[in-house]
Ligand binder design. Structure first.
Ligand SMILES: Nc1nc2c(ncn2[C@@H]2O[C@H](COP(=O)(O)OP(=O)(O)OP(=O)(O)O)[C@@H](O)[C@H]2O)c(=O)[nH]1
Ligand SMILES: [Mg+2]
Length: 584
């Protein structure tokens, strides 16, 4: 042992800075490896050169959304458990004791990473795509063990489904051994061995080459590799049962623990489900003390935490899902039903809505609902934006009422009555437009239908001003059935929107009105003939057929929406098994 000249009685030397920085540069390389893995999946597709620059712009917006690799209700995150702290190689120093015993502490365990559903989130947009657990603290002299890393909790919205990506998925991040093998590729044998050792061992300063010659060190190294192989086998065995979590319910809180527990009694906080465990801490040099090695001058570094790649998918929990072709007026309808509260874009071109949006509809005792103000025209959202911009430029925005305040003052009396008498509320999901061959990934595909899979009822929205709305309806039904067989019978109502465009109004043309009636009649006929769904009772006996309701409306001018709300309420109560309340 080297004498500790000029050092205090409790000197400790814990780590070599050089090897530490080598470790970090290699870990940076490893994370760079993961990064490329995620970038690779972005496929660059050639875009057709469109003559019309406007439609080109829209098309590239759709393309851009598709290239994102999914909607915001679908993300892939790479999770690593915290790295274990390094063990320490140190010797005890004391006055009058020239040679003290080995006294390096062990490293702390790396922190585990958990996933927990919370009702406070509604989208996956705030979930980080790379999560690393807290590292364990390094061991120190005088037998001081490092601190364990604190657990990390990834919070996700309720209704998130978590799936682990299988080993053959190209989007999966490499595990620590694969990443290490990649970083060592092509190096000469001796250099490889040196790098492997640097990542695993801590030496007492100046003793590295001496240590590496010793038989006891070689024996310890063999043991370490054996343990590592065993750990790798364990992780592979665990991967045979990939993580699958359906996080539907909030995690049980531990409130049940006696609230009068004595002070200092630790309340257990709910952590959620474990997805990646932290690495074990390294061993301090006392661990290598044996009958033949009285002063081991090496310790091990902490182990890497477990690495997993998870696909998170959010199933929105809306009671009613709107399904329709692009531009049919789904977003306008949602805005009309919620009195403009729903933050969903409306514009006169296809694929305005790119992410599913859920909003709440509040129904009062008398069947009226908050958005029923007849005077309000729900038009393109850019008109409202332009109004705000005007106010901003004139400097009046600071004092102006917000959109919601405006709505309430315009109709304050009614709003107050509503809030007092609100008797029922339900949620409606607006979706991007669905088109023919969406299952072949045309348009935005139909991956977003995931969000309405669990709705209690589906509602088709068709544009009554279209040439053949019944054709649209057939396509919608077929696409839904293609997406998930057995889903289409959930549809209960056909909303024929834009009825205001057909005749009516001030310049009433009797021919146009007649034509509109004829169109509606054909639509009803088609629904009755082709869209009826066989209904069976609880024990499977057939109960006949269920006909879908057809309701002509104008979402833009809030016409006939009361009927829509009334029916939606009925479907929800039906499905929930509640006695249908009569609404006046
Ligand atoms: N005249 C009339 N126009 C309507 C009505 N409902 C919607 N519109 C117009 O139709 C256009 C499309 O409306 P959106 O609500 O954006 O349609 P969407 O179904 O959400 O379209 P995507 O999001 O692209 O799928 C807008 O210009 C609306 O102003 C209506 O009842 N009458
Ligand atoms: Mg829309």
């Amino acid at each position: 042992m080297r004498p500790a000249h000029g050092l205090g009685p409790f000197t400790r030397v814990c780590r070599s800075r050089l090897s530490l920085s080598l470790y970090f540069s290699s870990s940076l390389r490893r994370s760079a490896g993961i990064h490329t893995a995620t970038i690779e999946r972005v496929e660059v597709e050639e875009e057709d050169v469109e003559e019309d620059s406007h439609s080109h712009k829209r098309k590239s917006r759709t393309e851009w959304k598709r290239r994102q690799g999914g909607f915001l209700d679908h993300v892939i995150i790479h999770v690593r458990g915290g790295k274990g702290g390094n063990g320490c190689a140190a010797f005890h120093r004391e006055k009058f004791m020239r040679i003290g015993p080995p006294s390096g502490g062990n490293g702390g365990r790396g922190g585990d990473v958990y996933i927990m559903p919370t009702p406070h989130l509604t989208s996956l947009s705030s979930v980080p795509t790379r999560v690393r657990g807290q590292p364990g603290g390094n061991g120190q002299g005088t037998w001081q063990n490092g601190k364990n890393g604190a657990p990390t909790i990834i919070r996700v919205p309720l209704g998130t489904v978590v799936r682990e990506l299988p080993p053959d998925d190209p989007r999966r991040a490499k595990d620590q051994w694969e990443a290490e093998a990649e970083s060592l590729e092509g190096l000469p044998q001796e250099e490889r061995r040196q790098k492997l050792r640097e990542r695993r061992w801590v030496h007492y300063p100046g003793w590295q080459s001496e240590n590496e010659k010793r038989d006891m060190f070689k024996e310890a190294e063999r043991m370490l590799y054996r343990e590592e192989r065993e750990l790798r086998r364990q992780r592979m065995r665990r991967q045979e049962q990939p993580i699958y979590l359906d996080l539907d319910k909030p995690e049980e809180t531990e409130e049940a623990i006696d609230p009068n527990a004595p002070l200092g009694h630790r309340r257990l906080q709910p952590l959620g489900r474990l997805v990646a465990s932290g690495g074990t801490g390294g061993l301090g040099n006392p661990h290598f003390l044996s009958a033949t090695t009285r002063s081991p001058k090496w310790a091990t570094r902490g182990w890497e935490g477990e690495r997993v790649s998870l696909a998170l998918e959010l199933k929105l929990l809306a009671d009613i899902g709107l399904v329709g072709m692009p531009n049919a007026g789904k977003s306008t309808l949602l805005r009309a039903l919620t009195g403009g509260r729903a933050k969903t874009e409306v514009a006169g071109y296809a694929f305005t809505t790119l992410n599913p949006v859920v909003a709440v509809v509040r129904v009062a005792d008398d069947g009226s609902f908050e958005g029923r103000a007849q005077s309000l025209v729900h038009d393109e959202t850019w008109i409202e934006d332009a109004r705000d911009q005007e106010l901003l430029e004139s400097g009046a925005l600071a004092d102006a009422l917000t959109r919601n305040q405006r709505l309430h003052t315009e109709d304050a009396e009614q709003a107050r009555t509503n809030s007092v008498l609100e008797s029922f509320r339900f949620t409606v999901a607006d979706n991007p437009g669905l088109i023919e061959r969406a299952s072949d990934d045309v348009g935005l595909g139909h991956s977003f239908l995931r969000s309405i899979e669990r709705s209690l009822a589906l509602v088709y929205v068709v544009d009554l001003a279209a040439v053949a709305p019944w054709e649209d309806l057939r396509i919608l039904r077929d696409e839904i059935e293609k997406y998930k067989p057995g889903l289409s019978p959930k549809a209960r109502m056909v909303i024929a929107n834009k009825a205001d465009l057909l005749g009516g109004g001030e310049d009433q043309d009797p021919r146009a009105v007649e034509e509109a009636r004829e169109k509606l009649r054909r639509l009803e006929e088609f629904v009755e003939r082709d869209m009826a769904v066989p209904v069976s009772g609880a024990d499977g006996e057939p109960l006949g057929e269920r006909k879908m309701d057809v309701v002509p409306i104008s979402a833009k001018y809030s016409l006939n929406l009361r009927k829509v709300v009334q029916l939606m309420r009925k479907y929800i109560e039906d499905t929930r098994g509640v006695q249908v309340a009569t609404i006046p």
